[in-house]
Write a protein that binds this ligand. Structure first.
Ligand code: FCB
Length: 452
């Protein structure tokens, strides 16, 4: 890569390039056409929960602006668009009647993508549980697993023939740990044992949904998306190495080992002690359904110090506006590790991107930091592929600025700028770079289709 962020590697012709969003973060229309409430609608009302006191009521108003947004996506020249379905929009209380008006929105979206030559990649659960299910215990209640399977089957029945892929869960670690242990995300609970039980139910719902969708002959590729931040010890001391290993067991292996090896990692179980989840006989066999793909969301590395003294950036790596280190080599290392320890499944980077403070002047945003971040990470993917990892695609988080959960609208991850007053969208320099990069890839593809 040179100073213009030119990438020399040629990716395979069927490599899937995309952009990603999620329902709650962009749709708005929080109470329209029969949509039910979600735990994020509720959490936004908790004083102090969202930094800027905002909510998802309007967000990017994508529910009304979807057609223009799809044109914009097409203009970028991507192959695929990863979005999520709002469960309470299609089934307001999470059980009982389906909301046809809500389903009609996703019908338009999916058909609109296909008409534009873009592959729809659907995520079923990007954190917006129907509030009515939370009132019955939410993910801590094993019954919710069965409601999720019903939801998965309905989406599979309606969209399975047109979707490229159906992902069960986006980042179950966030749902379990931030939602139920630290309480910083919806539903805002602070209970470690409950968080562990929730993680087990999320995994179980994933496995049962995959099994049920396959039994019904669903044609879409089926998988899960995990946030896999690789863990490094802060120093070479034995205690930091041990702490990093335990952290890795909680974050990475906690979700991968049950799927691939039929068990939770012992280091994490030892650490949880009495807080370990209750696992019923047969659960691991259900969780361990074969994946068509594994989605990886990568933003940064985690550095672990036993005494908790590590400060991000203290080794000279740049920080994003989230305070996360820019560490592209971590992505190469992660992909190679997955290739080695969990072989046989195609890997997709389903999210990668960065928040930086943007300045918009006359509709232009010169976001050189973000462009560089994306280019370096695409290069990191190419490096992993050169060393043998099987990678099927890469998606930028995010198509456009949106509601960044507890950070509200203060953090901007988009390659497209959104003015929340006027809802105007403007391509940032990073979007123009990505578009031109994809154009060049297509040219290279049509010439010599050499793998990276
Ligand atoms: C991931 C989420 C996504 C977005 C990015 C920045 O954890 O999946 O919705 O918030 O982080």
């Amino acid at each position: 890569m040179n100073s213009n962020n030119d990438i020399d590697s040629t990716f395979p012709p069927d490599f899937l390039w995309g952009v990603a969003t999620s329902a709650f973060q962009i749709e708005g229309a929080a109470a329209e056409d029969g949509k039910g409430r979600s735990i994020w609608d509720d959490f936004c009302r908790v004083p102090g929960a969202i930094v800027d006191g905002s909510n998802g009521d309007v967000a990017c108003d994508h529910y009304h602006r979807w057609a223009a947004d799809l044109d914009m996506i097409k203009g970028l020249g991507v192959d695929a668009y990863r979005f999520s379905i709002s469960w309470p929009r299609v089934r307001p209380t999470g059980e009982g009647a389906w909301n046809e008006a809500g389903l009609a929105f996703y019908e338009k979206l999916v058909d609109g993508l296909i008409e534009r030559g873009i592959k729809p990649c659907i995520t079923l659960y990007h954190w917006d549980l129907p509030s009515a299910l939370q009132a019955k215990g939410g993910w801590a209640n094993r019954e919710t697993v069965h409601r999720f399977v019903e939801y998965a089957l309905e989406i599979g029945r309606r969209f399975g023939d047109r979707a490229e892929s159906i992902t069960t869960h986006n980042e179950p670690w966030i749902v379990a740990t931030l939602g139920h242990e630290t309480g910083t995300f919806a539903p805002g609970i602070k209970n470690r044992a409950m968080a562990a039980q929730v993680s087990h139910h999320l995994l179980l719902s994933h496995g049962l949904a995959l099994q049920a969708l396959r039994e019904r002959g669903c044609k879409a590729q089926l998988g899960i998306v995990l946030n896999l931040s690789p863990t490094y010890p802060a120093t070479d001391s034995a205690e930091d190495h041990k702490a990093a290993k335990v952290a890795d067991a909680h974050l990475l292996r906690w979700y991968l080992d049950p799927i691939f090896h039929g068990r939770y990692p012992q280091e994490a179980l030892d650490d949880l002690g009495a807080d370990a989840p209750k696992v019923e006989p047969g659960d691991f066999a259900l969780i361990g359904q074969k994946l068509d793909y594994l989605g990886i969301n990568y933003y940064s590395r985690s550095v672990i110090s036993a005494k908790g003294q590590w400060k991000a950036g203290s080794q000279g790596h740049a920080l994003t506006d989230m305070g996360w280190e820019v560490y592209p080599q971590g992505l190469t290392e992660l992909l190679l590790r997955l290739h080695r320890d969990y072989p046989g499944v195609p890997l997709y980077i389903t999210e990668n991107g960065a928040a930086f403070k943007d300045q918009i002047t006359n509709g232009l945003v010169h976001d050189a930091d973000r462009t560089r971040y994306i280019a370096e990470h695409i290069e990191a993917v190419a490096q992993a592929m050169k060393q043998g990892a099987r990678i099927g695609g890469y998606m930028v988080w995010s198509l456009m600025d949106n509601f960044e959960w507890a950070s509200g609208y203060e953090k901007r991850f988009g390659i497209v700028h959104v003015d929340y007053e006027s809802q105007a969208r403007h391509l940032k320099d990073s979007a123009r770079w990505y578009r031109d990069f994809l154009k060049r890839q297509r040219m290279l593809r049509s010439g010599a289709a050499q793998p990276a």
